[in-house]
Design a protein around this ligand. Structure first.
Ligand SMILES: C[S@@+](CC[C@H](N)C(=O)[O-])C[C@H]1O[C@@H](n2cnc3c(N)ncnc32)[C@H](O)[C@@H]1O
Length: 198
């Protein structure tokens, strides 16, 4: 069983991050350098806001982070952060993002639909959401831009990864150490969009 107040939960609380998820992103970025100072980043499914805090720190004052979620965020301040409350599957939400920025260095998505407990259904719902976010990422990412996303793993993953490999120079799958051991979450790291915005 997942113990809610595990080490990462306590560490996040002590260090002032809104969620333990912050460490997943730190871990991934330390290894893959997806986000750097001055970048413009979209955080899809950003509540409660741990990733937003980490992103705000990394891009620093010359960068920009736009976070989108159906739910509200908490305790995220930062002049370089803009939050849009909305559903990523709705065109009006995506239009709202475009109203703020239309060219991104990186899109990150920790977005996850509510789980049912049935792995096949959860995988399918997660992939459906990721596909929508991925299509948007392909529209707004710069040439050589990056896309990081979470997926509830399952049988359609390989086919999707194959499609991603056609549009990105590198696609890697990982389970970060901060992910609960019994979880079926994976993170997919896509680097170097081949036909991005100039
Ligand atoms: C695991 S949480 C993200 C945690 C976040 N990365 C952090 O560090 O605090 C997943 C989020 O995805 C959001 N989400 C799921 N489906 C969504 C949708 N269609 N549109 C917008 N947000 C969505 C949920 O509301 C939830 O807040």
């Amino acid at each position: 069983m997942y113990k809610r107040k595990d080490g990462y939960y306590k560490k996040a609380k002590q260090e002032g991050y809104s969620s333990r998820a912050a460490y997943k992103l730190k871990e991934i970025n330390d290894k893959y350098r997806l986000i750097k100072k001055g970048d413009v980043v979209l955080d899809a499914g950003c509540a409660p806001g741990g990733w937003l805090q980490v992103l705000s720190e990394i891009v620093s004052e010359n960068g920009k982070v736009i976070g989108v979620d159906i739910l509200d965020i908490k305790n995220v301040r930062g002049k370089n952060v803009t939050f849009i409350k909305g559903d990523l599957t709705k065109p009006e939400t995506l239009d709202g993002v475009l109203g703020i920025a239309d060219k991104f260095d990186t899109v990150v998505s920790d977005a996850a639909p509510n789980t049912t407990g049935q792995r096949i259904v959860d995988h399918s719902n997660s992939l459906e959401l990721v596909r929508i976010i991925c299509n948007f990422a392909k529209r707004v990412l710069k040439l050589n831009g990056n896309f990081l996303f979470k997926l509830f793993d399952g049988e359609d993953r390989d086919e999707f990864v194959k499609e991603l490999k056609e549009v990105f120079s590198s696609v890697k799958i990982l389970r970060p150490d901060a992910t609960r051991k019994n979880s079926f979450e994976i993170y997919v790291i896509c680097q170097g969009l081949k036909n991005g915005k100039q």
